[in-house]
Design a protein around this ligand. Structure first.
Ligand code: SAJ
Length: 422
């Protein structure tokens, strides 16, 4: 079976590497020449534990190669980005261009699977596009019982956690939504090549919403924790103690508050539901707003710390611990920590230090005249105010005696037992 993975990003490349490692003939199709060259030289352009060695091996033994030109295959798995445009409207143009690039080469018997997070109805739009591009082929009808068609089309959302991609690709169960039942059954044959979890069949619309619901569920639950942290600050209660106590109830399991929700999934996907049913998705929209408002709350906490310190800002040094969107990764996409640092850059501190052990240079979006990347040791020593923005493993090991006399804004509860929180 020859399999083409369209899009060699955070999802496509690990999927291509795993499929190739099982002895399949895999081609990675990407519009970015640099990505194609990197992969063909056995290297990778993203950070994902274990991916580099497996990619090198499958490229060396010929099971994986990358290209910018679509070629005939038996299976096409589409894993391209679906960002949102202004006003939180989903942008599925990358999916459409993928379909344009493979339309001329698809043939009878092929299986086309969409994995990109997509608004409900996208797989049917793909079907319509293919029908108009290839009137010579016979396509299935939505939810039809018939199996007499030429090309199978299905939606199977990815569910892997960045940082654990290789493990979760094999272990996680998959929801596989066909345009028709037999389309889903044909797609299952592809996932059975590497998935050890269950493959559960449904229609494409349900599978599309299922992916959006999974990430919205997490967003709503994090919003509850974030709202509790704002309520607790107002009522002068330690939110970490509060949540720990409440979670002793057998049916309560509250997540952890933070500086906001980042990454390219949970902070984006709920908007796809809001966009398609704006009048009905009230809770989902509010959760997004609660999480998006959290960086402003953190900035107010920093303001309180400055007032308590009683020095001019131009005489005050502040250190931010962490810049990535969550612990122990280098990914800065939609990071609330980055948003907070950008705002702090405008306040005119004597020194604004950033400690981020997972990157070596600051991103261009941060004004490097106003802040600098420093070591953890220097950052702690130099600071009047310390703002914990990410719970990286290194920060959990800090000797708490070094924090006495520092003004601490701990958005992640890393030091919630040390008693020096403001
Ligand atoms: N966060 C909190 N408090 C918590 C948990 C998370 O503030 O208690 C924050 C994190 O710091 C981060 C954000 O939420 O800023 C998202 O992190 P995450 O670890 O919850 O999720 P992601 O974005 O890395 O991956 C999610 C996963 N979805 C779910 O767990 C439902 C993953 O399985 C998906 O495959 C991925 O989105 C995706 O690609 O859609």
């Amino acid at each position: 079976m020859k399999i083409t993975i369209v899009g060699l990003g955070y999802i496509g490349l690990p999927t291509a590497a795993i499929l190739a490692s099982k002895g399949n003939n895999v081609v990675g199709l990407d519009i970015d020449k640099k990505v194609v060259e990197t992969v063909n030289s056995g290297n990778i352009h993203i950070v994902e534990p274990g991916l580099e060695s497996i990619t090198r091996e499958v490229v060396e033994n010929g099971y994986l190669r990358a290209t910018t030109i679509a070629e005939s295959s038996d299976v096409f798995i589409i894993a391209v980005p679906t960002p949102f445009k202004g006003n939180f409207k989903p942008d599925i143009s990358y999916i459409y261009s993928s379909i344009e690039s493979i339309s001329p080469i698809i043939k009878k018997g092929d299986i086309i699977i969409l994995e990109s997070t997509s608004p409900v109805g996208t797989t049917e739009k793909i079907l319509e596009k293919l029908k108009s591009n290839r009137p010579d082929l016979y396509f299935p009808e939505y939810e039809s019982k018939s199996s007499s068609y030429d090309v199978s089309i299905a939606y199977c959302p990815e569910r892997i956690l960045p940082g654990k991609a290789l493990e979760e690709l094999e272990k996680n169960s998959r929801v596989i939504g066909g345009i028709s039942r037999t389309c889903a059954e044909n797609a299952v044959k592809v996932y059975k090549l590497f998935v050890k979890g269950d493959c559960i069949l449904t229609n494409s619309r349900t599978a599309e919403l299922c992916k959006l619901v999974e990430n919205s569920y997490r967003d709503v639950n994090i919003a509850f924790a974030n709202e509790l942290s704002i309520i607790s600050d107002k009522l002068d209660i330690n939110v970490w103690d509060l949540i720990e106590l409440a979670n002793h109830h057998p049916r309560v399991d509250i997540l952890q508050p933070g500086p906001g929700v980042g990454g390219h999934c949970i902070s984006v996907d709920p908007w796809f539901i809001v966009d398609s049913v704006p009048n009905e998705a009230k809770l989902i929209r509010t959760a997004r707003q609660v999480n998006d408002s959290k960086p402003s709350h953190v900035l107010r906490q920093v303001d309180d710390a400055i007032n308590k310190l009683g020095k001019n800002i131009s005489d005050t040094s502040i250190t931010c611990l962490g810049l990535s969107f969550k612990a122990d990764i280098d990914d800065l996409r939609e990071s609330p920590a980055l948003e907070i640092v950008k705002s702090l850059c405008q306040l005119g501190f004597n020194r604004l230090n950033i400690v981020e052990p997972n990157i070596s240079i600051l991103p261009n979006s941060v004004d490097s005249n106003m802040c600098s990347l420093v070591s953890l040791k220097f950052g702690i020593k130099d600071a009047d105010i310390i703002v914990v923005l990410v719970d990286h493993s290194e920060f959990k090991l800090i000797d708490e005696s070094l924090l006495v006399k520092k003004h601490l804004v701990d958005t992640r509860g890393v030091f919630h037992r040390c008693g020096v929180q403001i």
